[in-house]
Design a protein around this ligand. Structure first.
Ligand code: BG6
Ligand code: MG
Length: 222
């Protein structure tokens, strides 16, 4: 990572912009309970950022399932998740997020979403914030998912910036790995045992200003 000028902010969605990470967890927990598969919050945390099929494979952990059963279980979990989404609106945007995005855009930075979720556009519309982003990459944008860097590299290309000119905000171990693998400046949100490999770590974005992010990254990018 070099000290290139930062020209873009790329936000993961679930667990960064809004707490839908909790809804994904609840959906998987319900499915695992129905299937009699042991699952808990710790196991759910490890699935943050992990694409739908990859997450189910991790939960099944080698248990046999036909293609039809795999499809049915993915659909079922998604139904549970979409049911929970029906209850959200702009109040579900996490503290500090809108302020930071507005500061960034006001300073001329480009802003984008880089999410593994096929529901990303629906979530942004429910939150009423889709117009705050120049580009949205979702679970249909690439075929190789986080922790591979492909999604974030696609976002950077679409924004016309290089990875070293962009900051990725992530709450997931897999997402931090993806951002670092792509050569992005990386801000981890959450506990150090989850996102501690990021260049800079905050508990959340409440009270995190544009000025603070740029200063904290500059201190580690020299
Ligand atoms: C990520 C979430 O953003 O999207 C994961 O952190 C989720 O928990 C993944 O599995 C895929 O989401 P979806 O909506 O396509 O099932
Ligand atoms: Mg996330």
């Amino acid at each position: 990572m070099t000290g290139d000028e930062i020209r873009a902010f790329i936000f993961d969605l679930d667990g960064v912009i809004t707490d839908t990470a909790e809804y994904h967890y609840l959906g998987w927990q319900r499915l695992a309970d129905e299937e009699g598969i042991p699952f808990d919050r710790e196991a759910g945390d490890a699935l943050r950022g992990v694409a739908r099929r990859d997450a189910l494979m991790a939960i099944l952990d080698g248990r046999p399932a036909t293609d039809e059963q795999v499809e049915e279980m993915m659909d079922r979990k998604n139904r549970y998740y979409v049911e929970l989404l029906a209850g959200i609106d702009q109040d579900a945007v996490l503290a500090g997020v809108l302020e930071l995005i507005r500061q960034a855009r006001g300073a001329g930075l480009r802003t984008a979403v880089g999410s593994a979720s096929k529901n990303a556009t629906t979530v942004l519309e429910r939150l009423g914030i889709a117009e705050l982003f120049d580009y949205v990459a979702d679970g249909t944008t690439v075929t190789v998912h986080k922790p591979a860097p492909d999604l974030f590299l696609t976002v950077a290309r679409q924004l016309g910036v290089s990875p070293t000119q962009a900051v990725v905000f992530e709450d997931a171990t897999s997402g931090v790995e993806a951002a670092l693998a792509g050569g992005f400046a990386t801000v981890g949100l959450g506990p150090a045992d989850r996102v501690g490999d990021a260049d800079v770590v905050y508990a959340d974005l409440a009270d995190v200003t544009l000025e603070r992010v740029l200063a904290d990254l500059a201190a580690v990018r020299r």
